[in-house]
Design a protein around this ligand. Sequence first.
Ligand code: SF4
Ligand code: SF4
Length: 224
Amino acid sequence: MIVGEHKPIRELVAMIEGYDKILMVGCKGCVTVCNAGGKKEVAILASALRIARRKQGKPITIDELTLDRQCEPEFIAWLDDPIKKNDYDAIISLACSIGPQYIAEAFDTMVVLPGLNTSFMGGTIEHGIWGEYCAACGSCEIQNFGGLCPITRCAKGLLNGPCGGSVDGKCEVNKDLDCIWELIYKRMKKLGQLDRLGQKIAAKDWSTSLSGGPRKIIREDLTI
Ligand code: SF4
Ligand code: SF4
């Protein structure tokens, strides 16, 4: 999933300066799973902003709405009605940063504000803790590494073995992180694939990554 976290309240209060009527829009997708932008977070954040503005002596109206997803035009269209019927000064999107861009493109005279910082693609490690697992390089190679990704999970992105700096299985760059190369070694040992660690992995072709510009997938079977 895409993992994000909401922006600090002070930053959001500064962002809505001068606006008196706002629609805050959540998303029931990834950001609900990571407790950043679902219906519950919309309610909490909207309340916090109302309180902050009341304390400033500048009360604000914030309506709340949570879409099934903000990364699909059919759900963004659900905003048509509320936007037509209300004279909103701005919309705060609590989706990953795809959401505010979709809203901005669909409603070209509407001010759209990002309520979240989109952090990474990852998963739940334990309740309240998420980790990054994939950098969307566009050409997955984890079959060479026992199913684990050194591109994302090695601080140096090393493809041909460890840097030699790890201590007690922890990464020399960040002691809170496991050295992924130690995990790769252990896993490939269990799989009986240690001999494959000797093979030289060619330099990565980054043209499939974001370095080649924004990417697009066109599925012919779905578009005809
Ligand atoms: S190799 Fe690329 S696609 Fe596969 S997990 Fe790593 S970053 Fe993601
Ligand atoms: S200690 Fe391990 S994870 Fe950290 S940079 Fe070196 S090889 Fe990569």
